[in-house]
Design a protein around this ligand. Structure first.
Ligand SMILES: O=P(O)(O)O[C@@H]1C[C@H](O)[C@@H](CO)O1
Ligand SMILES: Nc1nc2[nH]cnc2c(=O)[nH]1
Length: 270
């Protein structure tokens, strides 16, 4: 794995002059953030050695390098989900690459269902912590100490300093946000109402199908982490209507503007 990652990193180093310290993983329907990136260099996943290829509608499959307000960034437009059939090492492969490429701060985003009944579709939630309900862990297997320790601590997974920065920025910009715990499941089914009740009793405020594996690797490799969920629907049982991925992407795109403004301003201060 290490050699493969380094091969990908070498390719990127030769292909782009940018050396960003900040990366952003864009969730379903949140890809418009790339419109805030100037002097872009875009690379399709197919072109990148050892990179998996995204198959989900609403996910473009590109690394986008450039600048937001003068700050160099790397945005991942299209992520890899466990439910697509990738194994956990493939799902998290880009995060290993980012770390070796020099990324120190990662912003992870997602579209998620609201489990906290005080949320509504369109709510932006700053992730304060997560629950891994995937039933597996991307670090299972032999550990390579060149990436990180065998038993990573996760007592401050979502970096307090970045949370404070995002909160101050939101207040300055008049952006409304909530805070909460993201629970990640495998998908691709949306939850049953009974599962949502169980997840609420476990402490979930938002439920999604991504983010947790990437964050586990980002934490393991020693990155600062900021997470934002865009609540696109209320979770099953709280919502009156049935879910569809099309509706999720549609709401994420509609609320995406606030999300993009918030992330762009926060990036400038990192
Ligand atoms: O990549 P994210 O977590 O934003 O995508 C969400 C979860 C599923 O992939 C999909 C369900 O509609 O959207
Ligand atoms: N698991 C899950 N993922 C989502 N992504 C967007 N909405 C939802 C949801 O309600 N549940």
């Amino acid at each position: 794995m290490y050699d493969k990652v380094m091969e990908t990193v070498t390719y990127l180093n030769e292909k782009v002059a940018y050396r960003p310290k900040v990366a952003i993983i864009l969730g379903s329907g949140l890809g418009d953030l790339v419109d805030y990136i100037e002097e872009k260099v875009e690379i399709s996943y197919e072109e990148i050695p050892n990179f998996p290829v995204s198959t989900v509608a609403g996910h473009a499959g590109q690394l986008v390098f450039g600048k937001i307000g003068g700050v160099e960034v790397l945005a991942m437009k299209g992520r890899f989900h466990y439910y697509e059939g990738y194994d956990m090492k493939q799902v998290t492969y880009p995060v290993y690459v980012m770390k070796q490429f020099g990324i120190e701060n990662i912003i992870v985003s997602n579209a998620a269902g609201g489990a906290n009944s005080t949320f509504k579709p369109g709510t932006l939630m700053l992730i304060t912590d997560h629950i891994n309900a995937f039933g597996t862990n991307p670090l299972i297997g032999k550990n390579d100490e060149r990436f990180g320790p065998r038993f990573p601590d996760m007592s401050e997974t979502y970096t307090k300093k970045l949370q404070e920065l995002a909160k101050t920025t939101a207040k300055e910009m008049g952006i409304d946000y909530r805070e909460g715990v993201y629970l990640g499941t495998t998908g691709p089914t949306y939850e049953t109402a009974a599962e949502v009740r169980a997840f609420i009793s476990m402490g979930a405020d938002a439920i999604g199908m991504s983010t947790v594996p990437e964050v586990i690797i980002a934490n393991y490799t020693g990155m600062n982490i900021l997470g934002i969920s865009c609540i696109t629907n209320m979770a099953t049982g709280i919502a009156k209507e049935a879910h569809s991925h099309e509706a999720v992407v549609e709401i994420a795109k509609r609320t995406g503007n606030e999300f993009c403004r918030w992330v762009a301003e926060t990036v400038k201060k990192i």
